[in-house]
Design a binder for this molecule. Structure first.
Ligand SMILES: C[S@@+](CC[C@H](N)C(=O)[O-])C[C@H]1O[C@@H](n2cnc3c(N)ncnc32)[C@H](O)[C@@H]1O
Length: 324
């Protein structure tokens, strides 16, 4: 069972249908790659849209997630589609997607819905949330890398200040970093999410404890991004899409952080092999935000790999423009 609600499904699926429809008649099966399978919400919508249209019904979906439990839940939920050879799901970082995973098929569409899922947030054992108590871990793939606590054992105070400023835009980065490093010196490093959240709350001025968002929100965000090397993963993905996505194929990326969105924007702007179909990012409308508050900060950008010597299909650029 998943509790995750997929975001911006309509434009994402529409752009996928167009990418598949643009393939020449009689073309062999291509992949639609869902790089961040999660609860399978977007994958489910892809499978349904592909099955609904005979001209594109032979194409296949490849789900990728670094979280083994998301992959095994996916295997249960989509057992029929997997045995029918319509879907494959692999446990992988998207930066490590290989030719072998693609089994000789090229990619017509690639989606990355960055960050973490609601399933991961609600699993207290992951240590992603200060709302529930769990070990201070934060890894989306607990089988590799270092936990948040181990990271905090090795970081310098100055590095921590910069991380909290750059990845969390935390105003009280110095106070918070100092409080954490002081605990480390006293051999009293927080072990749980609640202990860390309490430490943060007590390190910021009283008025900051009564703000609209919890005083620990920005620190938790910054630490999650660094523990999971999220910006490095995005850089690697952006530099590798060109290897996989066919000319005429499309890449859709949903980001939740301004640094991520800037990377996506700059890549597609500066990359002569891709043209942005969304000059401005697509955002969730009020109805979606009220149904799914998580969608509030989502920014979707879609780009198309150009076909050498061929201008991008004008009608499509105009059509995508309606979302911008
Ligand atoms: C926002 S959720 C995706 C939700 C999904 N689109 C859905 O509708 O259910 C992000 C997912 O991407 C995975 N993820 C994040 N970074 C990843 C990476 N570098 N490689 C593979 N999976 C990653 C997370 O483990 C998480 O399951």
């Amino acid at each position: 069972m998943t509790v995750h609600v997929p975001i911006l499904v309509e434009p994402i699926v529409q752009a996928m249908i167009e990418a598949l429809q643009a393939l020449p008649e009689g073309t062999p099966p291509h992949w639609v790659v869902d790089c961040t399978f999660g609860g399978g919400g977007h994958t489910d919508a892809f499978l349904k849209a592909i099955a609904a249209e005979p001209k594109i019904a032979h194409h296949k979906v490849l789900g990728v997630d670094q979280d083994e439990s998301a992959v095994s839940r996916g295997h249960e939920r989509f057992a029929k589609e997997i045995s029918g050879d319509r879907l494959k799901i692999v446990h992988r970082r998207f930066s490590e997607l290989s030719e072998e995973d693609l089994a000789g098929r090229s990619v017509a569409y690639l989606l990355a819905d960055l960050g973490f899922s609601s399933d991961q947030l609600e699993d207290s054992e992951r240590g992603l949330s200060f709302q529930s108590n769990g070990p201070l871990d934060m890894r989306l793939d607990p089988s590799r890398g270092v936990s948040c606590r181990d990271y905090l054992f090795n970081v310098t105070e100055q590095e921590l200040v910069e991380i909290l400023q750059n990845l969390g835009e935390e105003r009280f980065s110095r106070r918070i970093a100092h409080a954490i490093i002081s605990k480390r010196r006293e051999s009293a490093m927080p072990k749980t999410t609640r202990e860390l959240a309490d430490l943060i709350v007590h390190s910021v001025p009283p008025e900051a404890r009564r703000g609209r968002i919890h005083a620990a929100t920005r620190t938790f965000q910054a630490l999650r991004i660094v523990v999971n090397q999220e910006l490095e993963e995005l850089d690697k993905l952006l530099s590798r899409v060109i290897l996989f996505v066919r000319p005429g194929g499309r890449v859709a990326i949903i980001s939740f952080h301004s640094l991520e969105d800037r990377k996506v924007k700059q890549t597609f702007k500066g990359e002569s092999d891709f043209e942005q179909l969304t000059k401005k990012p697509i955002e969730a409308d009020e109805v979606e935000v009220s149904r799914n508050p998580r969608s509030r900060s989502a920014k979707l950008r879609i780009a198309e790999r150009t076909i050498p010597g061929e201008p991008i299909r004008k009608s499509e650029r105009k059509r995508m423009g309606k979302f911008s």
